[in-house]
Write a new protein. Structure first.
Length: 176
């Protein structure tokens, strides 16, 4: 990002530095916000790893996919901004683009990790539906389970959510 901002302030087109153009500002702003988001994800992931008592594979997959895609977009934006210089060896942009590409393949291809993330996202609902499916075989025996499921679906359709199961400080009015 440092190289891109330096180049954008030095390179003049149409009598103005590239940094004065909205499209350049948007690219730099997106790069900065995605870098911050990526750094935040990695910080959270590191704290989960340090805890040592939970499975962090889903969070690791999400962080890897997001960060590697973000780096690829940033490198591509740098090459685009540099124009013809983006492909010339004296400038760092072509190397950054080449080096960033491997991150989307190495240590688990992003396409495979996206499937892993999706599978993890549907596992809990699938387990819940498996119980409902079993209960439908003998509905009179499982009225409580089926009634609870039906109620939750109606509430969901009406936009009502169930109360959160969280501990609040007793001084808070909502906790009473």
């Amino acid at each position: 990002m440092k190289e891109m901002t330096e180049y954008a302030t030095e390179r003049v087109q149409f009598g103005h530095p590239l940094a004065d153009f909205e499209i350049t500002q948007r690219k730099i702003a997106r790069m900065a916000s995605e870098t911050y988001a990526s750094d935040s994800m990695l910080g959270i992931l590191a704290s989960l790893v340090d805890r040592g008592d939970i499975d962090f594979s889903l969070e690791a997959a999400c962080a890897k996919v997001f960060a590697s895609e973000m780096v690829w977009r940033a490198a591509d934006d740098m090459v685009q901004l540099a124009g013809g210089r983006g492909y010339v060896k004296p400038y760092p942009y072509e190397r950054m683009l080449r080096d960033s590409r491997i991150n989307r393949i190495f240590e688990g291809a992003n396409e495979v990790l996206r499937l892993f993330i999706a599978l993890n996202g549907v596992q809990a609902p699938a387990e819940a539906l498996k119980e409902v499916g079993s209960a439908l075989r003998r509905p009179l025996k499982h009225l409580g389970l089926l009634g609870g499921y039906a109620t939750s679906r109606v509430r969901l359709r009406l936009g009502q959510t169930s109360t959160l199961d969280i501990d609040l400080h007793e001084r808070l009015p909502i906790a009473r």
